[in-house]
Write a protein that binds this ligand. Structure first.
Ligand SMILES: *Cc1c(COP(=O)(O)O)cnc(C)c1O
Length: 392
C-alpha cells in the first residue's frame, strides 16, 4: 500500500510489538491520529489567533489551557511547547551560556545537550558516572570544583539526565540539584525518557527547568516537546523581544526570543494536546510498566550467559543487556550471523531490536500489555532454546 507514488505506508505499530528504545513511548494515541489529520494544514492552529498574537494565548483550540495544564502537571510555574527536547536545551543554553563559560553535563548525557552548549560557545564538563552507571552527587560537587578551577569561573548551567539513554538508569536529580544550587547553578532536568512515561514533579526534583520530548515519551508526532520553568527562571528563558526595526521603527510585541515567537503551530501541538489526557493517565500506571519490563528481563536473564547492564532491579522500561555469552555465541556460527536474532523476533511479530546486534543492546518494553510482555518473554526463551542455549 502506498501513501503516494513512492511513499510506502508505515505498518510497524500495526503489525508488530515494537520494543525499539526510542520509539516505544512516542507511539501515537488514536486521538492524536485524528487531531493530526484535522490540523494537518500548515498554520492550522492560527485560525483564531487574536491579540497579543502568541501560540500560548490561543483559546480555540484550547492551547492556552494546554500550556497551563502542562505547567501544573509538571509542578512548574510556566511551560512552552518546543520542537523536540533539544530545542528546550538550546533555549536554556542560549539564555545562560556565553563564550568560554563552563557547563556541567552528565557523562551519560545526550549529544543534543552537548550541541546546545557548543552552539552557545560553552565548555562542557562531564560528571563521571560510578561503575554501576549512576551519577552520584559527590561526583557532581567534585566536577563543579574542577570546572571552576580549570576555567576560572563558576559553571553557569547544569544539564542532568533524569533517566539516561545509555542504561535507562534513574538518577537522583533532587540530590544532584541540591549540590548545584549550593553554587547557584541553574539545573535543567532532562526528562526525555521520563516526562510522559512516569510521574515527574519539578517541585519534588527541585530543579529550575524540566525538558521533555513529545515524540519520545508523550505519544506525540515529531518534532515536539516541552520546556517548563520555575517562576524565577521563566522570566529569563521566556524573555520577550526588544528588537526594533531601524527603518520602520517596528517592535514585535510579546514574542519570546528563545521561542522564536511561536513554536508548534499545527499538527504537532494538536497531536500532543490530543494525547495529553492519555499521557496524564498512563503515568499513573508506571508500576505496571515496570512489572512488564521486569517480566521480559527475567526471561532474558533465564537464558544462560545473559547479563543485565542497566541497574537492577529495573526502575525504567529502557534496558541494556549483554548477550555476548548467549545470543552472540549463536551468531558466531549461524548462517545468518547476528541477524538471526532480529529475524527470529520478526517472525514472532516483534520488532525494534537493531538488526545484527547480539552483543550489548537496548530495548524498551514501554506501552506493551501483559499478554504482549508474555509473548516477548516467551519469544526470547524459545529463540534461545531453538539455538541450543541453556534456558533455566
Ligand atoms: C531522545 C533524547 C533526547 C532528544 O530528544 P528530542 O526530543 O528528539 O530532541 C535528549 N536527551 C535524551 C536523554 C534522549 O534520550
Amino acid at each position: 500500500m502506498k501513501c503516494a507514488d513512492d511513499i510506502d505506508v508505515r505498518e510497524v505499530e500495526e503489525n508488530f510489538i515494537n520494543i525499539d528504545p526510542i520509539q516505544a513511548a512516542g507511539r501515537l494515541t488514536a486521538d492524536a491520529m485524528k487531531a493530526i489529520i484535522a490540523y494537518g494544514d500548515g498554520y492550522s492552529v492560527c485560525d483564531n489567533c487574536l491579540k497579543p498574537f502568541r501560540l500560548d494565548y490561543i483559546k480555540k483550540p484550547p492551547l492556552a489551557a494546554f500550556h497551563a495544564d502542562l505547567a501544573s502537571w509538571l509542578e512548574m510555574a510556566e511551560a512552552r511547547v518546543v520542537p523536540g527536547a533539544r530545542r528546550g536545551f538550546q533555549a536554556v543554553a542560549q539564555t545562560y551560556v556565553d563564550k568560554g563559560d563552563p557547563v556541567i553535563l552528565s557523562s551519560l548525557g545526550h549529544y543534543t545537550e552537548f550541541i546546545a552548549v557548543e552552539q552557545a560557545g560553552g565548555e562542557p564538563f562531564e560528571v563521571p558516572k560510578e561503575e554501576s552507571g549512576i551519577i552520584r552527587q559527590d561526583a557532581v560537587a567534585e566536577t563543579i570544583e574542577n570546572a571552576a578551577k580549570k576555567s576560572g569561573k563558576t559553571p553557569v548551567l547544569m544539564f542532568m539526565d533524569h533517566v539516561d539513554y545509555q542504561y535507562g538508569n534513574l538518577h537522583d536529580i533532587r540530590a544532584i540539584a541540591k549540590i548545584a544550587h549550593q553554587y547557584d547553578i541553574p539545573v535543567l532536568c532532562n526528562g526525555a525518557y521520563t516526562v510522559g512515561t512516569m510521574p515527574v514533579s519539578g517541585k519534588d526534583l527541585g530543579v529550575d527547568f524540566i525538558v521533555g520530548s513529545g515524540h519520545k515519551s508523550m505519544a506525540s508526532p515529531a518534532p515536539s516537546g516541552v520546556i517548563a520553568a520555575t517562576d524565577e527562571r521563566a522570566g529569563e528563558v521566556f524573555r520577550t523581544t526588544k528588537a526594533k526595526g531601524n527603518v520602520t521603527g517596528r517592535t514585535f510585541g510579546i514574542k519570546e526570543v528563545e521561542m522564536m515567537g511561536c513554536t508548534l503551530m499545527g499538527a504537532t501541538v494538536m497531536g500532543m494536546m490530543a494525547s495529553f489526557p492519555h499521557v496524564k493517565e498512563r503515568v499513573k500506571h508506571w508500576d505496571k510498566e515496570i512489572e512488564n519490563a521486569s517480566f521480559v528481563l527475567e526471561a532474558l536473564l533465564s537464558i544462560d550467559g545473559t547479563t543485565v547492564v542497566s541497574e537492577y532491579p529495573r526502575r525504567h522500561t529502557l534496558t541494556r543487556i549483554n548477550t555476548l555469552e548467549s545470543f552472540d555465541i549463536v551468531a558466531r556460527t549461524h548462517k545468518k550471523r547476528g541477524f538471526f536474532l532480529s529475524k527470529e523476533l520478526k517472525k514472532r511479530g516483534i520488532t525494534g531490536v537493531i538488526p545484527g546486534s547480539t552483543r550489548v543492546w537496548k530495548y524498551n518494553t514501554y506501552g506493551i500489555n501483559r499478554t504482549q510482555a508474555e509473548h516477548v518473554a516467551g519469544a526470547f526463551r524459545e529463540i534461545a532454546e531453538e539455538n541450543g542455549l541453556e534456558v533455566r
